[in-house]
Design a protein around this ligand. Structure first.
Ligand code: PMP
Length: 397
């Protein structure tokens, strides 16, 4: 199958939601991917922070094939062992009593959190500027990116967006009429934006004072990505609701809304649901992901390899790099110029997949199993990649 053939086909049949050229990928192993022409890439995108164990990890392959051979789907009229075990496991990792709702994506996990907020009877919701919570209408109402919202107005809710990382701005708008505040521990999509130290704890304090639910959107930061099971744990913050997705399924579609305390009781039977949510095969894959993270000590590994990668990229001292920020294996290389798409393209030509998530930010969200040699390979190639972009930019000045 030629690259051009596959490219031509998707351009015709798949809706072009993203408007950027996409490389046809045919297979992978660990942190490596191969395209339709047999070219090998090191994968620092990870399906956008999804492939926590890389591609084709034996534990996930085994869990999926064992489960589908026994029971693939039961619907919400019945219950099966894998979703029950996964819910118990997640609650154990949080160390708090609660309840879990399973869906199929991050946006759906957020929709359930939105509905939990509605059930407080309070009309007002607060989210952050630049925040990303998904593209379904409720999640989009919470998303703080005007270009994504504006084509779809009006959106549900009475939502106020406040600057991210600014606890005073939040304090000024949260009242006893506010159902929920939704925040990402690190803003992923808008450029790996890390809030000031102590921000999440202040958000917790502000929401607690008005009896407002604190929803932490850990769709991108959860399940080991930051070197902790959940980013909120590093801050000692206990939210009322956490949304998870992405890395939880190890490449299979899953969303989870984890609600604690009173928040866990707000949705009454019959008020929410999903045909595929809690699918046994997907939950078996998620259990394999959690087992493997634990068994292989991946939380410590992520802290170590993420720190090494961040320091090494910064240590290159390249004039095009303004800052390297992020936590664990969610890193943003902030450029001095809005040339991230060009860096993405030059990196791809050099055999590395990275993601321009903002005009001036290149995001790295590789599999949590990324090896030292793989991290170092990117670092060794980056000077030439950045020089190529810098040279073109200068020639165009
Ligand atoms: N919340 C956050 C923090 C995300 O990063 C994303 C996806 N980038 C979503 C929600 C939406 O997830 P999905 O694309 O699975 O609907």
């Amino acid at each position: 199958m030629s690259n051009a053939g596959l490219t031509g086909r998707w351009q015709g049949a798949l809706m072009d939601n993203y408007g950027t050229p996409r490389i046809p990928i045919v297979r992978g192993e660990g942190a490596r991917l191969w395209d339709a022409d047999g070219r090998e890439y090191l994968d620092f995108v990870g399906g956008i922070a999804v492939n926590s164990l890389g591609t084709a990890h034996p534990a996930v392959v085994r869990a999926v094939s064992d489960q589908i051979a026994v029971l693939g789907h039961v619907s919400n009229l019945f219950v099966a062992e894998p979703p029950v075990a996964l819910a118990e496991r997640l609650l154990r990792l949080f160390g708090r009593p609660g309840r879990v709702y399973f869906a199929n994506s991050g946006a759906e996990a957020v929709e359930a959190a939105f509905k939990i907020g509605r059930r407080t009877g309070r009309p007002h919701l607060v989210a952050t500027e630049g925040g990303f919570h998904g593209r379904t209408m409720g999640a989009l109402a919470l998303t703080g990116q005007p270009a994504k919202r504006e084509p779809f107005l009006p959106l549900p809710g009475e939502v106020t967006h406040v600057p991210y990382g600014d606890a005073d701005a939040l304090r000024a708008v949260v009242t006893e009429e506010t159902a929920l505040v939704i925040v990402e521990p690190v803003q992923g999509e808008s450029g790996v934006v890390v809030p000031p130290e102590g921000y999440l704890a202040e958000v917790r304090e502000i929401t607690a004072a008005t009896g407002t639910l604190l929803v932490l959107d850990e769709v991108q930061t959860g399940v080991g990505r930051t070197g902790h099971w959940f980013a909120c744990q590093a801050q000692g913050v206990e939210p009322d609701v956490v949304t998870l997705a992405k890395g939880l399924g190890g490449g299979l579609p899953i969303g989870a809304t984890v609600a604690f305390g009173e928040a866990a009781e707000l949705l009454a039977p019959g008020q929410h649901g999903s045909t595929f949510g809690g699918n046994p095969v997907v939950c078996a894959a998620a259990l394999a992901v959690l087992d493997t993270i634990e068994r292989e000590g991946l939380l410590d590994h992520v802290k170590r390899i993420g720190g090494r990668l961040r320091d090494a990229v910064w240590g290159l001292g390249h004039p095009l790099v303004d800052q390297v920020r992020g936590v664990g294996l969610l890193l943003g290389i902030v450029l001095t110029e809005p040339v991230a798409p060009q860096v993405q393209k030059a990196a791809q030509e050099a055999g590395f997949l990275v993601n321009a998530c903002a005009p001036d930010v290149v995001r790295l969200a590789p599999p949590l199993i990324l090896g030292e040699e793989e991290a170092d390979a990117l670092v060794r190639s980056l000077p030439a990649v950045l020089d190529a972009v810098d040279g073109t930019r200068r020639a165009g000045d």
